[in-house]
Ligand binder design. Structure first.
Ligand code: ADP
Ligand code: ZN
Length: 758
């Protein structure tokens, strides 16, 4: 047999595939998606077979070392190809991102299972022990040897020898399946829920691709719609994937799925070890589960046929991976569904502008749950102007009075402050200099409990200085208030209240978050205070007051989505109030009481907010109307980063003007650093960017708003257009230009549809 030539995507950072040689006998093993070990330079690396080539000479090619025993299904290989192309990321690395790390290395642990051989129940056992074991197996069916109590090896062996029972091996599941036994009964659906399930079900039965936006107010029973939708798949052999923003924050959701589907649920989350993850992965491949739940990367769950993909809280930014392959799990979910004629359901009370825009244009089908389950009223929202008191106090009399009333009535309060730490910054009163991170261009945050200053970007920490680093002044002042300070002040005001804080500093380690939520459920907490963590998806039936201490935290960020994020956060936090029998109240303290993100969240008016926000996005051709690609040049040497950004800019400009000369006037170059990073509070103040009338706009180069992180200087370019193919091409060319000139001296990161512009 002649040698084969195989096209392989190698797990390294290059934008092409490589040819390798393999013995002809391997033909049947080397299918597209097969993982192999190959020599690359002086290293051995993993790669994935993309295809076999015919008519290509194998002379001089290196040989495949070994065929590995994991495999990428055709469905996932298609998805990887699309991602590599769309996100401009090397195919080999894209595939590595799709696969859990330990796969192919870990040998599954097996356990021994006992089961009766057909007809064995009529045979006579010898002695009471044997009879008891046969009886047990008859009652329970297949049973793990490790689960048996009080039966000796010899009892089992003699029954086996007598042909009464059989011993088989099964992969041991490492992830404990809790609550698998207790099933709940689905409630009778409300009419709106039933309507949504009927539509989704119809799509599932017809086996055609479709995307639904399930826009349901907080507490409208979206989860119940998901559960019923998944039930429609029963008997089809197709799997369901449920994506949640962060699994640790959604223990309630998880337990609802387990109660409905028992052990046929796999859970994929970052808290799993590599082994555990590989184990869950194998359970899915072995068709032992029908539903896979997890964060972002669960979108790659290896079902060979996926029927339904649900993206819960689809507006959450955590669906966007912020390093390596910068994919958006919601968008990947939609593409995976499309490739497989499956259905995607995007659920949210506050849809992203992108998804609502697509629903308006008819690209997605729109399902509305306008009412809370059992027609519980939406909470009443009061806006308190913080300007009169903000200099002296954190809390308005209204909010304090609200808390006091709840304490008297033994009801619970939730307080949201989206800033960790004790104070935001320490500044020198003499020269005004703030204490900054030595590696990042951000101020350090004071954490009182540990008495340290921390960088929230790189984790650097240090003792608070006694004097100013720049003028040696000693009059240092803390400004701004984080959750720790809010906690301290509150405890002084209400010494008897049982107060708990929830943020990423206070809830560390496995289950800490879950334990805290359970304390709230058991009414052992009067006031729960925290960052956005507390605003996420929990059902707190006993909370009747939600306070937003400082609604303006996000509004002044230089990010064009700041208003959208603020509206979402406040609306979601407000949605935590009044989910039980007692009515809820929400108090929002703000310095911008007339800002539209705040006014519309007062009336729970998503459409009102959307209309104002989309007008602004349309005017500037920002997403969802246009597309953005960000190029970031990163180097420890500021000069390289800056020069490389110019190099990319020149190449892109060159391509743009040459196209223009050829008669295509669809590209325009805006002045440097144009308006995309203007804080929304300054909107309309006239940035230095012309109203973009043309089809492609190039902004920058400019230092990133946080111009240095972990010692790396960052310069960025932004490409904006409604023609996404065009800007992908330009972005790739810009990167090539830098790669050619700078090689390893400057890294270029391409972020397609960036969420984070900081
Ligand atoms: P959402 O995800 O939209 O915020 P949930 O699905 O968490 O809402 O539902 C809110 C509460 O209402 C949950 O406690 C849920 O068990 C309950 N619920 C949902 N649907 C129904 C129904 N049809 N009948 C009774 N209770 C329901
Ligand atoms: Zn830092």
């Amino acid at each position: 047999m002649p040698d084969l030539v195989v096209d392989i995507a190698v797990g390294i950072s290059v934008h092409k595939t490589f040819h390798y040689r393999a013995p002809g006998e391997m033909q049947d093993l080397l299918l597209p998606g097969t993982r192999v070990l190959i020599p690359f330079g002086s290293r051995r690396v993993t790669g994935t077979v993309i295809g076999l080539l015919s008519g290509v000479a194998s002379d001089g090619l290196k040989q495949v070392i070994e065929v590995l025993d994991d495999h990428l299904s055709p469905e996932l290989l298609d998805l990887a190809r699309w991602m590599s192309d769309y996100y401009l990321h090397p195919l080999g690395l894209t595939i590595e991102t799709l696969l859990p790390k330990a796969l192919g290395r870990a040998v599954p642990k097996m356990e021994k299972m006992l089961c009766l051989i057909a007809g064995a129940d009529t045979a006579a056992p010898k002695g009471p022990k044997q009879a008891a074991l046969l009886h047990l197996l008859k009652e329970q069916g297949e049973t793990a040897v490790s689960a048996l109590d009080g039966f000796s090896r010899s009892t089992i062996k003699s029954l086996q020898d007598a042909g009464l029972l059989e011993i088989t091996e099964r992969e041991l599941s490492l992830v404990p399946v809790t609550e698998a036994g207790i099933r709940d009964k689905p409630p009778e659906l409300m009419p709106e829920q039933a309507g949504a399930v009927a539509e989704i079900g119809a799509s599932l039965f017809s086996g055609t691709f479709g995307v639904y936006l399930l826009h349901g107010v907080t507490g409208s029973g979206k989860t119940e719609v998901y559960l019923h939708g998944i039930k429609c798949l029963a008997g089809t052999g197709k799997g369901a994937i449920v994506l949640v923003p962060e699994i640790a924050l959604t223990p309630q959701l998880l337990s609802r799925f387990r109660k409905r589907f028992g052990s046929r649920v796999a859970v994929l989350h970052s808290g799993l070890t590599d082994r555990e993850r590989a184990d869950e992965y194998r359970r899915i491949q072995a068709r032992e589960v029908d539903v896979a739940i997890g964060a972002r990367s669960a979108v790659f769950a290896p079902f060979d046929r996926v029927g339904l993909i649900i993206v819960d809280e689809e507006h959450e930014n955590s669906y966007k991976q912020d390093e390596g392959l910068r994919y958006h799990a919601r968008d990947v979910a939609i593409m995976r569904a499309k490739f497989r004629d499956a259905v995607a359901v995007l659920g949210s009370a506050t849809p992203s502008l992108e998804s609502y825009y697509n629903a308006q244009s008819g690209k997605y089908r729109y399902l509305r749950l306008a009412n809370r389950v059992d027609h519980r009223p939406m909470p009443e929202v009061k806006i308190v102007d913080a300007r009169p008191f903000a200099k002296q106090h954190l809390y308005s009399p209204q909010l304090l009075d609200g808390v006091k009333q709840r304490l008297e009535k033994k009801e619970q309060t939730l307080l949201l402050l989206n800033r960790r730490g004790f104070s935001s910054v320490i500044i020198c009163r003499e020269c005004g200099t703030a204490v900054k991170c030595p590696c990042c261009s951000v101020s350090l945050t004071f954490h009182k409990s540990e008495n340290v200053l921390k960088c929230h970007y790189c984790g650097h920490f240090t003792k608070p200085p006694g004097e100013c680093a720049s003028c040696f002044g000693t009059d240092l002042k803390m400004i701004g208030s984080g959750t720790q300070k809010v906690e301290e002040e509150l405890q002084k005001l209400f010494p008897a209240a049982r107060l708990r804080r929830m943020d990423s500093d206070s809830v560390k380690g496995k289950d800490a978050h879950d334990r805290l939520l359970q304390q709230v459920d058991r009414l052992e907490v009067d006031i729960l205070l925290g960052t956005q963590m507390i605003a996420k998806g929990h059902d707190f039936p006993t909370v009747t007051l939600v306070g937003v201490v400082d609604a303006d935290v996000g509004l002044n960020l230089p990010d064009f989505r700041a208003c959208e994020k603020t509206f979402q956060l406040i609306t979601q936090a407000a949605g935590r109030a009044g989910r039980g029998e007692a009515a809820g109240e929400v108090i929002i303290q703000t310095m911008n009481p007339n800002h539209y993100s705040i006014l519309h969240s007062r009336t729970h008016d998503y459409e009102g907010f959307y209309n104002e926000e989309i007008a602004f996005r349309t005017q500037l051709k920002y997403p969802p109307v246009g597309r953005i690609i960000k190029l970031e040049m990163k180097s420890a040497n500021e000069g390289y980063a800056k020069e490389a950004a110019r190099t990319a800019q020149n190449r892109i400009r060159y391509l743009m003007t040459n196209r223009n000369r050829a008669g295509d006037s669809s590209i325009s170059v805006a002045k440097n650093g144009g308006g995309i990073n203007t804080p929304p509070s300054q909107r309309g103040a006239g940035g230095d960017c012309d109203a973009p009338a043309k089809d492609v706009i190039l902004l920058g180069p400019a230092p990133a708003p946080i111009s240095r992180v972990r010692g790396q200087y960052r310069y960025q370019l932004l490409l904006l257009s409604q023609k996404r193919e065009m800007i992908r091409y330009l972005a790739a060319e810009g990167r090539n230009a830098v790669d050619e000139k700078y090689g390893r001296k400057c890294k270029v990161i391409i972020d397609v549809d960036p969420v984070n512009l900081m």
